[in-house]
Design a protein around this ligand. Structure first.
Ligand code: VGL
Ligand code: ZN
Length: 198
């Protein structure tokens, strides 16, 4: 039997942090806004969680955290099916993601009247990271072309060296996903592992 493959993880150091985006039931197959092959990110990100925890580095996990009649829902004139409603199963972190006991959750999209794709949007995350001395961020999760993209672009704007964990993210739409990777690279994001321009 072939041994399970593990993510290749570069040496991590003080000042690094892992930022996991929206690993919530609703974004996995069977959920309200399912992303194709989302389950493939779980073993990859679990390896990263293990490495970050072993190096005593902080792990942040954002969650889409919408009120029941959120402005982003189709029935409210928005673009998305009802998803990640606060305190529902769909909004819970997927239980095979090995979040450490000291995970730092970040709730976003909780305002009734506006959406927030980025984990930095309205959360105070940039100052929290700066205060903690974080300089380099590794970002993975869902969805590559929506909340991961918005988060990575904001992280770069906030001055962090920002790495996208490519195998730890999946898009809503494949083509949008490729465009998102290009846009992130052009904005200065580094790819982990590095890959030639597509
Ligand atoms: C997301 C669509 C709507 C995401 C959140 O987490 O990427 N996508 N809300
Ligand atoms: Zn949402």
């Amino acid at each position: 039997m072939r041994e399970a493959e593990h993510a290749v993880i570069p040496p991590l150091q003080v000042g690094d942090a892992l930022l996991l985006i929206d690993l919530q039931n609703d974004f996995f197959p069977g959920g309200a806004l399912p992303i194709a092959r989302a389950e493939t990110v779980v073993p990859v990100l679990n390896d990263w969680i293990e490495a970050a925890t072993a190096a005593d580095l902080p792990v942040y996990a954002s969650r889409d955290w919408h009120p029941p009649d959120h402005a982003s829902f189709i029935n409210q004139g928005g673009q998305w099916p009802r998803h990640c409603v606060q305190d529902t199963f769909g909004a819970a972190f997927r239980d095979d993601v090995a979040l450490p006991p000291r995970v730092i959750p970040i709730s976003k999209g909780a305002a009734f009247d506006r959406d927030a794709y980025s984990a930095f949007d309205g959360t105070g995350l940039a100052s929290a990271l700066h205060q903690r001395g974080v300089r380099r961020l590794w970002v993975g999760g869902l969805a590559l072309d929506v909340c991961v993209q918005a988060t990575v672009l904001d992280a770069l704007k906030a001055g962090f060296e920002t790495h996208l964990i490519r195998e730890g993210s999946r898009p809503v739409d494949e083509r949008d996903g490729r465009e998102a990777v290009t846009a992130m690279r052009h904005a200065g994001a580094l790819l982990e592992p590095d890959a030639p321009e597509s």
